[in-house]
Design a protein around this ligand. Structure first.
Ligand code: BES
Ligand code: ZN
Ligand code: ZN
Length: 500
């Protein structure tokens, strides 16, 4: 996207000028001069609510014949004092949706109109780029006609007197974040016949090439050589090759202080022999949402290049049935050496994560975050708008929560107690069992993954509820949300900047 910065709005050449209208807009610096676009009418329109000041309400008005632009979009901001970065992101996302409808390809944003005592023009620039990018996301589907008329935004102008380099940098970060989230969304939205484990690995290879990451992809043979019995068990019923994808981003000279990001990449979850009911199976193309979050975070890191070492490990296969598929009652041996009694083949995510986590630890990860669409239990516990978390380390979790707060992605921690762990370790024939029961089973799912982290500080994220949305929401359309991409990317950036 082409960015320009101009100091005054008297020469707006873009199609749409975007203006924030809080209650009492007359307090905005420069409002009087701006009002002249509509002679003396604007104040009256606001009073009569033809132009709305209510939060998130957007009114677009056509320009007069002497104007150099086509329209003004007035964006209601509500109480100016209560504006936050989060609220601005939401507002700009709403504008993004509107621009998609209007098929606008160039816009100008009057940044000052969105500021308050706590939000600078740079903050506005950042949230505008991020919010517009998120809100205007649209999945290029497979209909034979519909994508042809799509218009993408090509040019943005900021009208601001703030420092140009800083505005530019803010827009670059915001744009990168939205791009990364949208990439993850597209992976999750893709159908499972097209996004196979091999294709997911190909995507990771392209990412590695683009951002100069080191990459390694292990297939079935290499997994057998290494003894990755857990992911291999899940893959047994499949004709698709399993893939263990590892990306390394070296942010510092020495390969030390490594943050490991581990993602569940089940490209389709039928449940296996513990088969899902027909209605519960639809949508399971999204069971690689954790992998997508990790890849999205890597894209964000590739763009912003923070001084932090990151290791991404993605375990990918589909979970199918056939004469060769694994079964309930099977006992398998994971890469760690721990044996697992399979009680439920639909609890496959924790199995593939077990090997991926072990591989990440063996590859030198000093901190671990795993992300997975792991359990229906998290939806029962927290609903569809909250990501569930577990941890074994208070300080690391706190650091993680700072990142989540910064991005506005809601995360809520559940407890993991010794009695939960006891139930995970309860088996007559093996070290662990993969399905201790349905009571509080988000905890059993994540707790099982925790059996493989050793003493490494670890945060588990269950995004089964948040990874896709059944209807359009504040930051995007129905379908994949790209949840946790920004939080993971931000965590890396924070860990880089708090290092010194
Ligand atoms: N992929 C599912 C979890 C899921 C459910 C993701 C709904 C997205 C939406 C996972 O593999 C699964 O099937 N979990 C089981 C575990 C159970 C068998 C212990 C579940 O949650 O029912
Ligand atoms: Zn499952
Ligand atoms: Zn699954």
């Amino acid at each position: 996207m082409n960015l320009q910065i101009r100091k005054a709005f008297d020469e707006v050449k873009e199609e749409i000028l975007i203006v924030g209208v809080p209650e009492h807009p007359e307090n905005i610096e420069g409002w009087e001069a701006f009002s002249e676009f509509y002679h003396t009418r604007l104040q009256e329109w606001i009073k009569n609510r033809d132009v709305e000041t209510a939060y998130k309400k957007i009114v677009t008005l056509p320009a007069f014949e002497n104007h150099s632009f086509n329209r003004i979009a007035f964006v209601g901001l509500g109480n100016r004092k209560s504006l936050t970065e989060d609220r601005l992101r939401t507002v700009f996302s709403a504008v993004g949706k509107e621009l998609l409808e209007l098929k606008a390809s160039s816009i100008a944003v009057w940044t000052t109109s969105f500021t308050n005592d706590n939000l600078t023009c740079e903050d506005v620039a950042f949230t505008a780029a991020e919010g517009l990018g998120l809100g205007s996301y649209h999945f290029e589907d497979y209909k034979t006609s519909s994508n042809e008329q799509d218009v993408t935004m090509e040019a943005m102008t900021l009208i601001s007197s703030a420092d140009e380099a800083e505005l530019q940098a803010a827009v670059e970060v915001g744009t990168a974040n939205a791009y990364a989230v949208n990439e993850a969304r597209t992976l999750v939205n893709m159908p499972p016949n097209l996004l196979t484990p091999t294709e997911l690995a190909n995507y990771a290879k392209d990412l590695a090439e683009k951002y100069d990451f080191e990459i390694e992809v292990l297939g079935k043979k290499e997994m057998e050589e290494q003894g990755m019995g857990a992911i291999l068990a899940v893959n047994k019923g499949s004709v698709e090759e399993p893939q263990l994808i590892t990306l390394k981003y070296a942010g510092t000279e020495q390969w030390e202080d490594v943050l490991g990001l581990v993602g569940k990449g089940i490209t389709y979850d039928t449940g296996g022999y513990s088969l899902k009911p027909r209605d519960g199976m639809v949508g399971m193309k999204g069971d690689m949402g954790g992998a997508a979050a990790v890849l999205g975070a890597m894209a964000m890191i590739g763009e912003t290049r923070p001084a932090k070492n990151v290791l991404a490990v993605i375990a990918s296969t589909d979970n199918m049935i056939s004469g060769e598929a694994f079964k309930p009652d099977d006992v398998i041996t994971s890469l760690s050496g721990k044996t697992i009694e399979v009680l439920n083949t639909d609890a496959e995510g924790r199995l593939v994560l077990a090997d991926a986590i072990t591989y990440a630890v063996q590859s030198g990860a000093n901190y671990l975050v795993d992300v997975a669409t792991l359990t229906g239990g998290v939806i029962v516990a927290l609903g569809n708008d909250k990501t569930g978390a577990l941890t074994n380390d208070e300080a690391f979790f706190e650091e993680f929560m700072h990142a989540a707060t910064e991005t506005g992605e809601f995360v809520w921690r559940l407890p993991l107690t010794e009695s939960d762990q006891k139930r995970i370790r309860q088996s007559d024939v093996a070290d662990l069992n993969n399905s201790p029961g349905r009571d509080g089973h988000m905890i059993f799912g994540g707790g099982f993954v925790g059996e493989f982290v050793g003493n490494t500080p670890w945060v588990h994220l269950d995004i089964a509820g948040t990874s896709s949305a059944s209807a359009a929401h504040d930051l995007g359309p129905k379908g994949a949300t790209g949840v946790m991409v920004r939080t993971l990317g931000t965590l890396v950036e924070r860990m880089a900047s708090t290092k010194e």
